[in-house]
Design a protein around this ligand. Structure first.
Ligand code: NAD
Ligand code: MG
Length: 394
């Protein structure tokens, strides 16, 4: 067993913290090269003290000075600043594995850099595949990177697919991928009450503890929409062969249907340390600290079809995938702006889908051939979304 030298992009977030929890359980397997934390300096300082990385990356010079003073002059950690530094710690020659756990489109450049440098890429940042799926997968292929999904559904699919499927399902007897979804906190809320739901209610996920952005996406089911797009690229499967099934207990994390009628699923308690530990040790298995699944205690597993009237964001994501070009990048950018406005009290909950739908309708589709195309689509869609949000306030 050779030691993995790890960069954790987004170390201070929900996935970052769970990753470091797994790392701390296996000091013989993992060495931390770099931690990035954007603006959460207190937590990043504590993580630097515990894991002694070679580098820490923050958003600006003032935050770097704050971190430096917290770590003290004896610290072995050099502090770097800004977007370029995120790319540098992702592609550094010493690094063997990169946990890509920055939230949103801001995570694209650094995760793509890790793929282009041929690293073992542990991909939590689904937005990378939503913005630039084709580009990203080409980079993985070209550089011989190893791409391992962290998103629990995709990790479950990865575990349920035949070994050596090699990101193409044509010849291995797979008929369909089924992504499970909890349905979030508003699964049973009367539709006419949805617009009155607050950020606190939207972030109160019944099963998972996550960052605020993905929590809102789970409440709107945009998260499942983004995951359908993620699965399309990750596994090279056409959208018609990806299904979504609501499963409120979040015990079955997704399943693969085979042409002979077999269905293979991965089960476990809803704790991200399971997919994280799986991807970090793959093809081996290591302890994650997750409590064992007690099905007798769970008692009953239930399932239902998603209601697209209640969850228009899911429909919009399927439509964007169908439209192709930059539609998924536009969907993602408009959604990020709308979710931020919702969290700040500038937009009602049902306004999220309305803003995304309007931005998709008002923008012209362009192809995404290079990174700049994805970044351009992202920036222009954000502008349209901001204007739309302001006009809805008046
Ligand atoms: P989070 O909000 O808890 O943490 C986000 C991290 O990104 C933090 O470390 C933050 O400092 C950093 N960050 C934020 N904006 C940044 C910027 N502009 N530049 C650089 N760094 C920035 O988010 P999370 O819930 O940990 O999610 C991270 C990613 O993992 C997302 O893409 C999410 O969709 C995906 N994911 C999360 C979960 C989960 O359980 N939390 C599950 C599946 C997938
Ligand atoms: Mg998920």
């Amino acid at each position: 067993m050779s030691k993995q030298v790890l960069t954790v992009l987004g170390a201070t977030g929900s996935i970052g913290v769970s990753t470091l929890d797994v790392v701390a359980r296996h000091p013989e397997r993992f060495e931390v090269f770099a931690l990035t934390g954007n603006r959460q300096i207190e937590r990043l300082a504590q993580q630097c003290q515990q894991f002694q990385p070679r580098y820490a990356v923050v958003a600006d010079d003032a935050l770097a000075a704050d971190l430096r003073s917290r770590l003290g002059p004896a610290s072995r950690t050099d502090i770097l600043v800004g977007r370029k530094a995120l790319v540098e710690v992702a592609e550094a020659a010493e690094v063997t594995a990169v946990m890509a756990a920055i939230v949103g489109a801001a995570g694209l450049e650094s995760s793509l850099a890790a793929a282009q440098a041929g690293k073992r890429v542990l991909l939590a940042n689904k937005e990378s595949l939503v913005l630039a799926g084709s580009l990203f997968m080409d980079a993985v292929c070209k550089a011989g990177a190893t791409l391992l999904p962290i998103d629990s559904e995709h990790n479950a699919l990865f575990q349920s697919l035949p070994t050596g499927f090699d990101y193409g399902l044509q010849d291995c007897g797979v008929s369909r991928l089924v992504l499970t979804a909890s349905g979030g906190p508003f699964r049973c809320t009367p539709v006419e009450q949805l617009d009155g739901m607050t950020p606190t209610q939207a972030c109160a996920h019944p099963n998972w503890v996550m960052g605020r952005k993905i929590s809102v996406d789970s409440a709107s089911m945009m998260n499942k929409g983004l995951e359908v797009i993620e699965a399309r690229w990750l596994f090279g499967v056409e959208p018609g062969r990806i299904g979504v099934l609501i499963h409120p207990e979040s015990v079955i994390h997704s399943m693969v249907e085979y042409v002979d009628g077999s269905v293979i699923a991965q089960l476990g308690n809803p704790d991200m340390r399971t997919p994280i530990a799986h991807a970090m040790a793959w093809p081996e298995r290591i302890a994650s600290g997750v409590e064992r699944l007690n099905l007798a205690k769970v008692g009953k597993l239930s399932f239902e079809e998603p209601d697209l009237q209640r969850f228009p964001c899911l429909r919009l994501a399927f439509d964007a995938l169908q439209a192709g070009g930059d539609a998924c990048a536009v969907l993602n950018a408009a959604n990020e702006e709308a979710v931020a406005a919702f969290l700040e009290g500038r937009l009602g909950f049902t306004g999220i889908a309305a803003v995304v739908e309007s931005v998709l309708a008002r923008s012209v589709r362009r192809p995404v051939a290079v990174l700049e195309d994805a970044l351009f689509a992202d920036a222009s869609a954000r502008e349209l979304a901001r204007a739309e949000i302001v006009s809805r306030q008046q």
